[in-house]
Design a protein around this ligand. Structure first.
Ligand code: FA5
Ligand code: MG
Length: 387
């Protein structure tokens, strides 16, 4: 099957999403320092897995829609076709992300140019939808992040944002202060969602920080012998409501990681699987069927390659992961720092790269060639000194 080597989808050079035309040359510009979008990222824009009713991400989206429809009488308005190219203002400023916050860096976010990014979260649409007067809404979309490589991280994934705005008439009768009222309601509706999707799973709330909510929480689910973070949420910062014409209200907001939730729901062990067009994967799922458990194809062996080098001041793990992903694509399963030491003012890192295909056995020859390319490009692009 030829599709295996080339990646499943043809790469179009002109896309149209939510009425916006996107040309490849506008989004990927290798020699432009204000742009860090790669070919492999471009190839994912427009695939919109969340809009495919027989794909695990689409099945999950629809199940969450059903939960909100059933519990809120259809009040939540749904958006799932908003273009992922957004302004820096929408992605960061409008949700109060401070000017020096790491998430704004070229190391963490894909920039199309200095003012435009591939959204790194669906929160990028909160302000605009509040401004338009919506008080109950769900926004589902593909989001993009430079990130590490392992079974629960992928540079393109899907989120669903939920926002609910309350007026004073709703919380005053409760006798609670507005913030406690919203926080209680938020946790109750997300716990209800988790129970509806999963029945009995082990889960826990963890206090956290987001610039746009206070208090802020994350929900973790016990999965594959670890606690996995599946969503972030909290009570919307008053400043966001004030700026968008909702001064006297209180609101909650959440952002669900749809891949992570689908991994729990369907017992999908690796996040790369969502991108397979291999029938052995896609034929296992169909619309409305939430009880399906993924039946893995025979497990193919991983191959580990270690690589040690002296880093420089500009070295980052995300840059390393981008180089490895650019060469090995979805054949790389994990990139992990296994040793780290200093000597005479220099720092050495040793990374272990796990190669494994989701669909077939890899040959030694093939892996050696990948690793050779990785070593060359790590040296030339990241300016590190191999040991
Ligand atoms: C956010 O993105 C916030 N915008 C969520 C939010 C919305 C908080 C509204 C408060 C109010 P975070 O960066 O934690 O938060 O990402 C949310 C979820 O996306 C995570 O819990 C996780 O499930 C998922 N996620 C994050 N990074 C990745 C990744 N690289 N691959 C797959 N899923 C990811
Ligand atoms: Mg988080």
């Amino acid at each position: 099957n030829k599709q295996h080597k080339r990646g499943p989808q043809p790469i179009l050079s002109l896309l149209e999403i939510g009425g916006v035309k996107i040309g490849k040359d506008d989004v990927v510009r290798e020699n432009d320092p204000t742009n860090n979008v790669t070919d492999s990222i471009f190839s994912k824009i427009g695939l919109q897995l969340h809009r495919r009713d027989n794909h695990p991400i689409g099945i999950l989206k629809n199940a969450i829609y059903d939960y909100f429809d059933a519990n809120y009488g259809g009040k939540f308005i749904k958006f799932d076709d908003i273009c992922p190219l957004v302004s820096v203002k929408e992605n960061f400023d409008d949700v109060l992300v401070p000017a020096n916050h790491v998430s704004r860096s070229y190391n963490d976010t894909y920039y199309v140019d200095a003012q435009t990014v591939l959204r790194c979260h669906t929160s990028a649409h909160q302000a605009e939808l509040l401004r338009r007067g919506h008080s109950h809404f769900l926004v589902t979309g593909d989001v993009y992040r430079r990130d590490s490589i392992d079974s629960t991280h992928y540079p393109v994934f899907h989120q669903m944002e939920g926002v609910r705005v309350f007026s004073p008439a709703e919380w005053i009768p409760s006798g609670l202060d507005a913030t406690s009222y919203a926080a209680t309601d938020l946790k109750k509706s997300l716990e209800g969602l988790a129970r509806r999707l999963f029945g009995a799973v082990e889960m826990r709330w963890v206090d956290t920080y987001f610039p746009f909510t206070n208090p802020s929480f994350e929900l973790e689910i016990y999965f594959q012998e670890k606690w996995m973070e599946v969503l972030g949420c909290g009570v919307t910062e008053q400043e966001i409501l004030r700026r968008n014409g909702r001064l006297d209200n209180i609101a909650w907001a959440f952002g669900l990681g749809l891949e992570r939730l689908a991994m729990v729901l369907f017992e999908i062990p690796d996040i790369r699987l969502f991108w397979l067009t291999d029938k052995r994967f896609t034929s296992q799922f169909s619309g409305g069927q939430l009880g399906v458990k993924f039946n893995p194809f025979s497990k193919f062996p991983p191959c580990y390659k270690d690589m040690s080098f002296w880093i420089n001041d500009s070295f980052t793990e995300n840059n390393l992961c981008e180089v490895v992903r650019g060469i090995a694509g979805d054949l790389v399963e994990e990139v992990r720092l296994i040793d780290n030491f200093n000597k005479k003012g220099m720092t050495s890192h040793c990374y272990r790269i796990a190669y494994r295909s989701m669909e077939r056995s890899l040959t030694d020859e093939e892996i050696n060639e990948l690793q050779l390319n990785v070593r060359e490009q790590v040296q030339s692009k990241l300016n590190v000194v191999l040991r």
